[in-house]
Design a protein around this ligand. Structure first.
Ligand code: PDD
Length: 294
């Protein structure tokens, strides 16, 4: 927290130690809220229209109003970026909206303003070395609920799944539901089968990842074969390549799964290609050569 100079809470900017919320906040008591994590490159929030669209979809999905318009969010982000970019390098913005402060009752309170909190912090570079080494993962049963498409702050199931990966000394847990791959505990998943990239289609069982969508978009633009299709456990285990994607991890190869090497244990050709396309896109964005989009 010492790196964070200024946070946003309910319309005000303040040092992090002055940010206080009620112990009766429904975010604290019920985990009743939604969040976003947005990378910032060259002081520009990456894929901002996509993140705000997902946030607004999520607010609608939980029956909450939008506390800020898109242009108000952009103003908040711009201020947080300018107040916290003292170290240089990239940032990530975390923002969350909870259903506000009310006496404890599961049903929604009437007329209660939401609690809106956001901050920007240093985003460590994803790193070419880590990419070239790849990381290890384990498979686990996806025992989460049936609304994994909502970016809910109630992350206990994901927390437990990720902790099991940590205890095994690996980076991520790859989740399986009824014999099919869903996603990672905090990432989306791609596999390569016969030279073709495959990623599970959007459904209530996966988060519609912004990084996932950009990878699919880049594949389409550059004629890399890519299918949004169910992936079985068997296909996962015999895939030529397995990768995870997220806003903070970008595109990362899984080179060891449940203790077994994935193919020859090195990042494969398809991910090398997609990684380069992603890094080029990011660099073009950083330099202002790519627009934010609609
Ligand atoms: N998590 N699936 C889950 C369950 C996630 O938590 C995340 C990201 C993703 C990837 O989504 P995106 O590409 O939009 O980052 C998929 C964030 C980074 C987090 O909770 O910190």
């Amino acid at each position: 927290m010492k790196d964070i100079h200024c946070v946003y809470l309910n319309g005000n900017y303040m040092p992090p130690e002055q940010a206080r919320i009620s112990a009766f906040d429904r975010g604290f008591v019920f985990g009743d809220g939604v969040y976003e994590v947005i990378p910032v490159y060259g002081d520009r929030p990456f894929r901002i229209p996509h993140h705000l669209q997902r946030l607004n979809n999520n607010l609608r999905a939980i029956g909450a109003d939008q506390p800020l318009s898109d242009s108000e969010w952009k103003t908040v982000l711009a201020r947080l970026i300018s107040e916290n970019n003292h170290r240089g390098g990239d940032l990530s913005v975390y923002l969350q909206v909870s259903r506000g402060v009310a006496p404890r009752d599961h049903a929604f309170p009437e007329q209660t303003p939401p609690t809106v909190f956001a901050y920007a912090q240093h985003l460590p570079a994803a790193g070419e070395t880590l990419f070239q080494q790849g990381v290890s993962a384990i498979t686990l049963n996806d025992d989460r609920w049936q609304h994994c498409d909502i970016k809910s702050i109630s992350l206990l199931a994901n927390v437990l799944l990720r902790q099991r990966a940590k205890e095994k000394g690996v980076t991520e847990s790859i989740l399986l539901r009824n014999g099919h791959v869903t996603e990672g505990a905090a990432s989306n998943i791609f596999v390569v089968i016969d030279g073709e990239m495959c990623t599970p289609p959007k459904s209530e069982f996966i988060l519609p990842g912004i990084t996932r969508d950009l990878i699919v978009e880049l594949a389409q633009q550059h004629d890399v074969p890519c299918r949004e299709v169910q992936v079985t456990e068997k296909e996962l285990r015999s895939a030529d390549e397995v990768w995870i994607t997220s806003s903070t991890k970008e595109v990362l190869p899984i080179t060891r799964l449940d203790g077994q090497l994935v193919a020859n244990g090195k990042p494969g050709e398809v991910i090398q290609h997609m990684y380069k396309l992603y890094q080029d896109y990011k660099q073009a964005f950083r330099e202002g050569r790519v627009e934010q989009g609609a």
